[in-house]
Write a new protein. Structure first.
Length: 637
């Protein structure tokens, strides 16, 4: 058993958990650097197996830093990349070859003859021979010394999708529909994502002498836990890494959060019980034995590894009542605090009233999806609600929407001006021409992006109108990192930070709502969250921070578990309907094709389902039965 502590007893391969992806990447880069230097000193080469995608970007940045600042040379390094999309030339913006050049190869002294990436242009009929040649090249180089991996949500490593065998070698494969959907944003639409790829096999990967799999963000947490804790199975290819003599999963806290030692620590050893862990355990127990909290008995606790919790905080009836009251006190119809009421047991303070509330929305629909009902309540209860849209969201607008908007602008201009073209009309005409000249995978021009951003602005305004938030309180920051960036490759800088800090200084909020702190660090939401956090840290001495609270909301796809909720805002059936009507205003974000698969639900359906599910969870715990609930966690300022 590779576990190095009792709490890791369910882990079938070694896991290392770091505070964040940067720290983890620094550690792995240091390890690679040591290997490269050791081999260089012995006059030998080292063979690295490399991955693409958002996960290893930080690792490559660290290696480049070591090259620039500490003279790390890659002259003795030979590289083999895991995979490449079939059909893409190396110059294509989404080709893995180009990705590697831009993210790593172009910045270090790696000899180009030492670089190997499968060719996406190999004709189908020649793929088998080309794949065999790739395997032979790896063998001729002496085999892979150090293999870097990421993991896909299907559990793929490389592009070895479920069903890949342990023995599989480099070959042409068909991509899973979830993998294609995850790549849809990069390719500006799922239809543009290639259907096939060339990938090293699981067997090729297992032949590497050392394997390090990296994973960041909570979207990977579930698949990581399965790969680490479930028996190996071909239906989850990453689990086939179990049993390799030198394999580790290097994780940030969010990606590790579904491992038993973090999620249900009481099942794998003694727990230092505090108020929070007791609440999590009791909520879990109530769900597991399907009894409301107040009906749990001593045997339920002792039979589920919580005898020590009873000894410390029991007996059951006392613990139950305490947890029940804690959960009960999270519920409030007054998310901004109830004026002139005793607030001892309320999640939010009564005064000041009204409050200045600042909602940060990474893209222009995150606010409504995550907290549309609460937004409306806050406005109805007289608070001054300002919403700051951090990015324009223009990367997520389909061309067809932009074409319609350009046509509309032309028509409006035409009917208003007769034959004299206004500047707005000329702009629309140019965008129209640019859209028509654009091939499906071309990047948008700056003017197309501007028009797409305006579409999202107006959808956001419509959604806020539906939520009764006055237009003069809305801020569109259009942060520059997003405007010049691409998905997964955003590089925020001081201008972004200053823009966020300026809104805080202007609004001087009593309440802040934000999201994204557990996301994959390369996502828009996580980049935005880090900017908000940095701006808050920078403004820590500002007088307004003394009377301000931070509340964290969540996307509908990953709602808070009731044990994590500090404020639960119930929505009546009518309020839920109004929220969905507000979500509907984000028309460009509606699916372009009808979808039957529930896992491909539309955003409004996901929001509806998740708010109803939270309400059902509260009901099952023995609390009041509401139609829907939006949950928030209190954050540290
Ligand atoms: C990339 C690769 C894939 C990715 C995986 C995760 O070369 O082989 O297995 O590692 O799809 O992608 P990201 O890192 O973008 O989440």
């Amino acid at each position: 058993m590779p576990a190095n502590s009792e709490s890791q007893q369910r882990e079938r391969l070694l896991t290392e958990v770091y505070a964040d992806a940067d720290e983890a990447s620094r550690q792995v880069a240091g390890e690679i650097a040591a290997l490269v230097r050791e081999r260089a000193a012995a006059g030998r080469t080292v063979v690295l197996g490399l991955a693409t995608g958002s996960t290893p970007v930080r690792l490559y940045r660290q290696l480049i830093r070591l090259h620039r600042e500490e003279g790390l040379s890659f002259a003795n390094v030979v590289t083999f990349n895991l995979d490449e999309y079939h059909g893409l030339p190396p110059t294509h913006p989404e080709s893995y070859r180009r990705f590697m050049q831009e993210q790593f190869f172009d910045h270090v002294d790696l000899p180009s003859a030492n670089i190997h990436v499968p060719s996406g242009l190999t004709p189908r009929g020649e793929a088998f021979a080309a794949c065999q040649a790739y395997e032979k090249a790896i063998a001729d180089a002496g085999g892979i010394d150090f293999q870097v991996l990421g993991i896909g949500r299907t559990g793929h490593v490389g592009f070895n999708e479920p069903g890949s065998t342990r023995e599989s070698r480099t070959r042409l494969v068909t991509l899973d529909s979830l993998t294609r959907r995850d790549a849809a944003r990069d390719f500006l639409g799922e239809a543009n994502v290639p259907r096939h790829a060339i990938t090293m096999g699981v067997g090729t990967i297992l032949s590497a002498r050392r394997i390090v799999l990296l994973a960041w963000g909570e979207s990977k947490a579930s698949v990581v836990a399965q790969a680490v804790e479930q028996p190996p199975t071909e239906s989850l290819p990453a689990s086939l890494l179990q049993g390799h003599a030198d394999v580790r999963f290097v994780l940030d806290r969010a990606a590790a959060s579904e491992l038993t030692r973090f999620k249900h620590p009481w099942l794998v050893g003694p727990v230092k019980w505090d108020a929070l862990s007791a609440r999590r355990a009791v909520v879990w127990l109530s769900r597991t034995v399907r009894k409301p909290v107040l009906k749990l008995v001593d045997e339920d606790f002792t039979e589920h590894g919580m005898a020590d919790l009873l000894t410390e905080q029991g007996p059951a009836y006392r613990l139950n009542i305490r947890i029940f009251n804690e959960l009960q006190h999270t519920i409030t119809g007054w998310p901004g605090g109830k004026p002139n009421a005793d607030d001892t047991h309320r999640p939010e303070r009564a005064s000041p009233h009204p409050k200045r509330v600042l909602v940060f929305s990474p893209e222009p629909s995150d606010d409504i999806l995550g907290m549309g009902g609460t937004l409306r309540r806050l406005a109805d209860q007289g608070h001054e609600v300002a919403v700051a849209y951090l990015t324009s969201g223009n990367l997520a607008v389909p061309d067809e929407e932009a074409l319609m908007a350009a046509d509309l602008a032309l028509d409006v201009g035409h009917s208003a001006n007769g034959t004299d073209a206004s500047p707005a009309e000329s702009f629309a005409a140019r965008v129209r021409a640019q859209l028509q000249a654009k091939a499906p995978l071309d990047q948008d021009t700056e003017e197309i992006r501007r028009l797409k951003g305006l579409i999202r602005r107006n959808e956001a305004r419509a959604a806020l109108r539906a939520s009764r938030i006055p237009g003069d309180r809305v801020r569109f920051l259009d942060l520059p990192f997003y405007e010049r960036g691409r998905y997964r490759q955003f590089c925020p800088d001081v201008a972004d930070l200053e823009a966020v800090a300026a809104v805080l200084a202007e609004i001087r909020p009593h309440q802040i709502f934000a999201t994204g702190h557990l996301d994959d660090p390369s996502s828009v939401a996580a980049v935005c969250w880090n900017l908000v956090r940095e701006a808050l840290t920078g403004g820590r001495n500002a007088p307004w921070t003394e009377d301000c609270r931070l509340w964290l909301y969540r996307p509908p796809t990953r709602p808070w578990n009731p044990a994590e909720i500090d404020m639960a805002v119930p929505l009546s059936p009518t309020e839920l309907t109004l929220k969905i009507q507000a979500i509907y205003q984000h028309k460009s974000q509606r699916s372009q094709t009808p979808v039957a698969d529930v896992s491909l639900q539309e955003a409004w359906q996901q929001a509806d389902a998740s708010n109803r599910a939270t309400a059902r969870d509260y009901d099952a715990l023995g609390l009041a039965e509401y139609a829907a609930i939006e949950g928030f966690q209190r954050g540290a300022l």
